[in-house]
Each structure stands twice: as C-alpha cells, then as structure tokens.
Design a protein around this ligand. Sequence first.
Ligand SMILES: C[S@@+](CC[C@H](N)C(=O)[O-])C[C@H]1O[C@@H](n2cnc3c(N)ncnc32)[C@H](O)[C@@H]1O
Length: 233
Amino acid sequence: MTTDPSARSPDAPLRSFGRIKSRAIKPRQAALFDTLMPLVKLPDPAAGPIDVSALMPGAQEVWLEIGFGGGEHLAVQAARNPSALMIGCEPFLNGVASALRHIEEGDLKNVRLHADDARAVVQALPDGSLDRIMILFPDPWHKARHNKRRLIQPAFAAELARKLKPGGRLRFVTDWKDYAGWALERFLATPGLVWLADETADWKVAPEDHVVTRYEEKRLGDTDPLFLEFERV
Ligand SMILES: C[S@@+](CC[C@H](N)C(=O)[O-])C[C@H]1O[C@@H](n2cnc3c(N)ncnc32)[C@H](O)[C@@H]1O
C-alpha cells in the first residue's frame, strides 16, 4: 500500500489529510485487509488511467466519495444505490478498516476503495466518467498558514468538474464558515460548474439523501453544516 508519506514523489500535492493511523486496528478488521481488500481495491492509479467500465460491468452510475472517514456514508449510499458503483478514497487506515467492516456486514458488492490520496484517483479517472462526487467535512485546515493544504484549490476544482458527466453533481459539505466561503468562491470560478442553490435553505438544510456520520455529529466546526451542491453543465 502506498500510504507512507515519505514515499510520495516530490511533485505530489501538499498533504490535505492528517494522521493515517491512530489506535491499533482490531484483529478482525485488520484481517479484512488481507481477505476483503484485495477484492474491493481500486486499481493503482499510478499504473495509468482507470477503466471505470471494467470495475463493475453494468453499473448505471459512478460515484466518488473523497475522504470517507469511517465509511458510514459510503456504506449507506452503496446499500441504497446498488446499481451505482461507489468509489471511496481515504488514506486514514483506521477509517479504511471500518469501511471494510461495513462492506462485509452489508455484503456490499458495489464499493471500490483506494486507501490513499483521492487526488491520484481523480487524475486517473477519465473525463466525464462520474455521476456524483461527494466531499463531506474535508479537513478544514482553518489556520491561515495551513489554508494551502485545503483539498479545494482552483486546479483541483477544475479537475473535479472535468471528471463529472454533463448533469453530474458535486456535493461539498463543511461546518467551517470560512471553508464554505473558500470552497464556494473556488467552485463558482470553475468553468462548467453551476451552484444549485436558489435560497438560503438550499445550503443550510441537508439534502434528502444526506447521511449523518459520527464525525458530523461531533460538531467540531464553527457553524451548523453548510451544504454546497453544484451541477456540471
Ligand atoms: C474530517 S474527516 C471527515 C470524514 C467523513 N467525510 C465524515 O464526514 O465522516 C476528513 C477525511 O478526509 C480525508 N482526506 C483528506 N484529504 C484527503 C485526500 N486528499 N484524499 C482522500 N481523503 C482525504 C482525511 O483522511 C479524513 O479522514
């Protein structure tokens, strides 16, 4: 697994995530890295373009969740939308272990995981290949000197837009006011993306299909969650 940050190439983007491991992973979950992970692992994006159609033949949609944390949202969405292929990326290994447990317990057949930086996956996906992109509570890096580590930067926003199909949607959720403003400014400046909000309620009220995770429940930010939804035109 390419999770050792010291192994990253010098031209890799700045780390947008914190720790990649915390407490010891329980033996049952650790075993899933050997048994289940090989079955659900996304092809290595460093090996070249990812052939999405080969990942789940017959998939009607392809979704990408960036930074799935413990995989609660990913697993619920996968169970609700069995005909959609769910690609989840997360470098935090305890989170990946938890996602593997959800996949096993839910007998989910439509999830593929990348246990590392989503930006490499986004680069390797064909343009116009995604129906939905979900970025939920990304690390806020709220001190000004850390803002450059934020996932949402102009070039990445443009790349995300290119990967969406026309009519595809991108959801960004944060409970940090400043990051919401930062992301909104950058997405609005991204060619091909249109913000779907008509009124305040559209960004203050959770979309119907939103799934609350334990992380969201902690309310670590400085505002109630803000939901930004964009469409690729
Ligand atoms: C604050 S947590 C939120 C987790 C989850 N989305 C939730 O709402 O419960 C943000 C997660 O994004 C992950 N992350 C940050 N940068 C990432 C990147 N470049 N690629 C994939 N995941 C990333 C972090 O490791 C972390 O687990």
